[in-house]
Design a protein around this ligand. Structure first.
Ligand code: HEM
Length: 456
């Protein structure tokens, strides 16, 4: 929660002491740029040299002066991330380097952000420790570095740099990536203004106003990772993140209420605090309470099967969905050599993927190249992950029923969730008999999506 106006601890006073001033008496009473308490603890980086009198701090001057601390903190961060990565790679998703990178950067970044916020509450509780304020700043900046790497690895390993695919739904409760995206510009702004020279240039008031945005960035981040795939958090690395998050939110709320009760909050502080609390409640309701109520209401009043919908298929679709909610699915990411650069390919027929049970986008085509036939998915292809997805060439132009694949031929497991991919058609197949491409969930026998093929 937003801190009170008068008592915000300022960043790393002992790192960049521009001029001598009395030591802070209570948490956060030292304005930016003032020195540490007179007898810094041995763990704190000593301020080796004062900043140029009267002039602005140069960028990273504080970090340069306390380079030993910076090195130690970097080593700690690398070890922390390394443990997260090893746990993913060896234990949770053995051998999946991409997934392990995506998740370890995410968990390390989000845990560092949570620890940074926890430390604010700790400084208020133990005012003497405010001299370690620079630790909070380092956690925030390193957390941001990890989250940038998380973003880059999601693009590299999950989205194939298809940025529009991030916006497949504009409802953040359906597509929680949007919460992550909303947090990014806020964290970017906070990261570039988290150095002494920025505090110096902006002045305390502006700096403080900008840094209140952290509560919004954090709110978006927490809803991003709670909603995107809750099953990912049900392991010790996730429990650590959840515990740190609960402490950060609880600590901030506690101090917000205390400062409001003690009438030490500014009007802006109260307004921001109340808004943030309201947003937590509204997002919590929309993200968790409303869906739980809906799910609870469903068995009491089962919807009659829609006319034309096979009830057995409906049951299998629901079983598949329950399986997907409870289990981590391996992300298919195989490619065949040469599928990106066919020489002189000729498209004979093509069509757009249609949604059946999941939203699938892009083009499929029947293509001839090098004397062979292929089903080729275009660069625009994108589908959510599902269990045991298989590609078929099917005769019916609208293969919406599961029986339709009975007459089709299997081309292979779906090799990637996005982007161009080519599936060779066996030589003895008469392609003129096939009028659609189907993606089918083999494990639950559920049609996933199909693309009707029209001659071009
Ligand atoms: C920049 C935009 C972002 C994108 C595109 C993005 C994307 C994703 C995706 C696709 C996943 C699911 C990964 C999987 O299923 O393996 C994920 C998970 C996660 N993300 Fe993000 N994210 C973004 C920003 C953030 C931010 C700002 C945070 C937190 C500070 C964050 C923290 C997490 C966490 C903790 C997980 C769960 C990892 C796990 O439990 O294994 N992400 N993100």
């Amino acid at each position: 929660m937003p801190e009170e106006e008068e008592q915000d601890p300022q960043p790393a006073p002992q790192e960049t002491p521009p001029e001598p001033a009395p030591a802070p008496q209570e948490p956060g009473s030292a304005p930016a740029g003032q020195p540490a308490p007179p007898a810094p603890a041995p763990a704190a980086p000593a301020p080796p040299a004062p900043a140029p009198a009267g002039g602005h701090e140069k960028p990273f001057a504080g970090a340069r002066r306390s380079w030993k601390f910076v090195l130690k903190f970097l080593a700690f961060s690398l070890v922390f991330w390394g443990l997260e990565f090893a746990y993913q790679w060896y234990v949770l998703i053995p051998g999946e380097v991409g997934g392990a990178l995506v998740r370890s950067f995410a968990l390390a970044g989000a845990t560092f952000f949570g620890l940074a916020l926890c430390s604010s509450a700790v400084f208020r509780w133990k005012p003497r420790w405010v001299k370690y304020w620079y630790v909070r700043r380092s956690l925030g900046v390193m957390g941001f570095v990890f989250i940038i790497l998380h973003f880059v690895s999601t693009q590299q390993f999950l989205f194939n740099w298809d940025l529009p695919a991030l916006f497949w739904s504009l409802d953040p409760f359906q597509n929680p990536v949007l919460f992550g995206l909303a947090a990014m510009p806020i964290f970017f702004l906070l990261a570039i203004t988290s150095f002494d020279w920025a505090v110096d240039k902006l002045g305390q008031r502006k700096w403080k106003a900008i840094h209140r945005l952290v509560y919004f960035g954090y709110l978006f981040s927490v809803f991003h990772f709670l909603l995107i795939n809750p099953a990912l958090l049900l392991n010790p690395a996730g429990y650590l993140l959840l515990a740190v998050t609960a402490l950060a939110v609880g600590g901030d709320l506690y101090w917000f209420i205390r400062t409001v009760v003690a009438k030490k909050s500014s009007k802006l502080g109260i307004a921001v605090g109340v808004l943030v609390i309201l947003l937590w409640l509204v997002f919590g309701y929309l993200g968790f309470v409303a869906p739980a109520l809906q799910a609870g209401a469903a068995p009491q009043a089962p919807a009659p099967p829609e006319p034309g919908v096979d009830p057995e298929l409906q049951e299998d679709v629901e079983a598949m969905q329950r399986f997907m909610e409870r289990n981590e699915l391996p992300v298919p990411n195989a490619t065949l050599p040469g599928e990106r650069d066919f020489q002189g390919e000729r498209v004979a027929a093509q069509g757009q993927f249609q949604n059946l049970h999941y939203q699938t986008a892009g083009t499929a085509s029947l293509t001839q190249a090098n004397g062979s036939w292929y089903v080729v998915f275009g660069e625009d292809f994108a589908t959510p992950n599902g269990p045991d997805l298989v590609v078929y060439l099917t005769p019916n132009q609208e293969p919406t029923q599961r029986e339709d694949i009975g007459e089709g031929i299997v081309l292979g497991d779906l090799r990637a969730l996005e982007g161009r991919q080519a599936y060779p058609i066996p030589r003895d197949v008469n392609v003129s008999l096939f009028h659609s491409v189907t993606i089918h969930c083999r494990a639950f026998n559920v049609p996933w999506s199909y693309a009707p093929l029209e001659a071009v």
